[in-house]
Design a protein around this ligand. Structure first.
Ligand SMILES: *Cc1c(COP(=O)(O)O)cnc(C)c1O
Length: 442
C-alpha cells in the first residue's frame, strides 16, 4: 500500500531539524576574525584582511587584479563604470538572473536589453545575444547561473566580432570552470558576491577582478567616491576626479571570506557530490528533469534546480500547476524546496512602470531619438518555461550530505507515486520556501 502523503495527513519524511545551516564556520574563520579584533583595524581599502583577501582571490582565480567591494552588485556597477558604459548605452543581460545584473546597468544610466536563456543550462543563449545587438550595444553580461558556466566561447566570439565588452556576473559561481578557464576571468572584468547565500560567504561583500590595469584603476576610483589617495601620505585627497560611490568592503566580512576561502574547494566538492547524487537518483523518476552540466565544465551548484514535466510523469495537466502541486507536496514531506526567481526579469514591475531614475530614465535618453523599449516576459519563452516548471532543492549545501539527500530522494519517490493525490492538493494554502537561518540570516 502506498504511504499516505504528508499533504494528505500522513507522516513527513523529513523535518527542519534534519537540515544543517550554511555557512560552515571553522577555526579559520575564528582565527581571521580574531585577527581583526586584535588588530583594532576594522576598515579601509588597505586594511590587512581586505588586502589579503584580494591577494588570495587573485591566486585562486588567476586574475591579475582584485578589489574587495561592499557587494556583488557594487562590483558589477564598478565594472560597467570602469569600462565607461554610460547613458543610453545598451547592455545585454540574460532574461533569467538576479535583478542586479540588469539594474547595475541602469545605475550607469545604461539600458538593459534582455536575451533569453538556453533550455538546458539556463544561461544566456548566444544566438539570442546576437539578435539583441544594436548600434547602441556596448557590453554583454553573461551570468554563470546557479553555478553553471555560461557558454563563453561563442559569447566571446560575438563580443570580438561586434567590438563589445564582456563583464561576467560570477556572483553564483565561485570556482566554476568553463573548458579549463575560471568563471569570472574570461571577460574584461568579473564580479563575485560574498553575500550570505553564496558559495563564498563573507556575510556581505563582493569581489571585482580584471587583468586590465586601466580598468582596475578606474574601478578603484569608482569604489570610493572617485577620490584618489595621496601616494606619499596614504591619505585621502578629498578631490574627486570622477564620479564614484561608496562600495568598500570592511575588515570583518573580508576576514570571514578569507576563512571560508580556505575551504571553498572542499565545500564546492560537497555541493557537487550532493548534486550529482540527486541528479542520478531523481533523474530515474519520470517527470523530474535534473540540472545539466555542460561537457568540460565545472558546475558548482550554488542552488540546485529541478524542473517537472507532467507529460513525462503521465499526467495531462498544466505544467505550471503541476510544479506548484509537486512543490507543495514535497515541501509538506519536509523537503525544503521553493523558487528563487519567480518570473523572467523583464516581467518585473520595474520594467513595466519604466519609472527608473527620474521619469523614464535611462530609457528616455534613447526614446528621445525615436528608439522604443518594451519589456514583455512573453518575449522570453525559455525563461518563462523555466519559471513555470522549476523549483530549487535546498539540501545540497554543506555541511549537509548524502544522508539528508537520500531522504530527499525518498520524499520525491513518495510524492511521484501518489500524483493523483498530489494534484488534489494543488490549491492547498501552502507556501514552499525556507527560513533565513538555513542560509545564515537571523
Ligand atoms: C547575488 C547576486 C548578485 C548580487 O550580489 P550582492 O552581493 O547581493 O549584491 C548579482 N548577480 C547575481 C546573479 C546574484 O546571484
Amino acid at each position: 500500500m502506498a504511504e499516505k502523503l504528508a499533504i494528505g495527513g500522513g507522516n513527513p519524511i523529513l523535518t527542519r531539524a534534519d537540515y544543517r545551516n550554511w555557512p560552515v564556520i571553522t577555526e579559520d574563520d575564528r582565527r581571521f576574525v580574531n585577527e581583526v579584533l586584535d588588530s583594532g583595524i576594522v576598515a579601509g581599502a588597505t586594511g590587512p584582511q581586505a588586502v589579503a583577501l584580494q591577494n588570495e582571490w587573485r591566486e585562486f582565480t588567476g586574475s591579475k587584479y582584485c578589489l574587495t567591494t561592499g557587494s556583488g552588485t557594487a562590483a558589477l556597477h564598478m565594472a560597467l563604470a570602469a569600462i565607461d558604459v554610460g547613458p543610453g548605452d545598451e547592455v545585454i543581460v540574460p532574461s533569467y538572473t538576479f535583478l542586479a545584473t540588469a539594474s547595475s546597468a541602469m545605475h550607469q544610466m545604461a539600458i538593459p536589453v534582455f536575451a533569453d536563456i538556453e533550455p538546458k543550462t539556463y544561461t544566456i543563449d548566444p544566438v539570442k545575444i546576437e539578435a539583441a545587438i544594436t548600434p547602441r550595444t556596448r557590453a554583454i553580461m553573461p551570468v554563470h547561473i546557479q553555478g553553471c558556466p555560461a557558454d563563453m566561447d561563442p559569447i566571446l566570439e560575438i563580443a570580438r566580432k561586434h567590438n563589445l565588452h564582456i563583464i561576467e556576473d560570477a556572483a553564483q559561481a565561485h570556482g566554476a570552470m568553463y573548458k579549463g578557464r575560471i568563471c569570472g576571468t574570461m571577460g574584461i572584468a568579473g564580479a563575485f558576491s560574498l553575500n550570505n547565500l553564496k558559495n563564498l560567504c563573507g556575510g556581505e561583500g563582493g569581489l571585482f577582478v580584471t587583468d586590465d590595469e586601466n580598468v582596475l584603476h578606474r574601478a578603484d576610483l569608482v569604489r570610493y567616491f572617485g577620490d584618489e589617495c595621496d601616494e606619499q601620505t596614504m591619505r585621502q585627497k578629498y578631490n574627486a576626479s570622477i564620479l564614484g560611490y561608496m562600495y568598500r568592503n570592511q575588515e570583518l566580512p573580508a576576514a570571514l571570506a578569507r576563512g571560508q576561502l580556505k575551504h571553498l574547494n572542499a565545500l564546492n566538492d560537497t555541493r557537487i557530490r550532493n548534486s550529482e547524487y540527486l541528479t542520478r537518483e531523481l533523474g530515474k523518476i519520470p517527470g523530474i528533469i535534473p540540472p545539466y552540466c555542460p561537457p568540460d565544465c565545472k558546475h558548482v551548484y550554488w542552488f540546485y534546480a529541478v524542473r517537472f514535466d507532467p507529460q513525462a510523469a503521465g499526467l495531462d495537466v498544466d505544467a505550471r500547476r503541476f510544479r506548484i502541486a509537486v512543490e507543495k507536496a514535497v515541501f509538506k514531506e519536509g523537503v525544503l524546496v521553493g523558487q528563487w526567481q519567480v518570473m523572467p526579469v523583464p516581467g518585473q514591475d520595474l520594467f513595466h512602470s519604466m519609472i527608473g531614475i527620474g521619469k523614464r530614465y535611462p530609457w528616455a535618453i534613447n526614446e528621445a531619438q525615436g528608439v522604443t523599449y518594451k519589456y514583455d516576459p512573453r518575449d522570453y519563452p525559455v525563461a518563462q518555461m523555466l519559471c513555470d516548471t522549476y523549483t530549487n532543492i535546498h539540501s545540497i549545501h554543506p555541511p549537509n550530505g548524502l544522508d539528508l539527500n537520500e531522504k530527499v530522494v525518498e520524499a520525491f519517490h513518495k510524492v511521484f507515486s501518489n500524483l493523483g493525490e498530489v494534484m488534489d492538493h494543488a490549491d492547498d494554502d501552502i507556501k514552499p520556501g525556507f527560513d533565513g537561518r538555513l542560509y545564515g540570516v537571523g
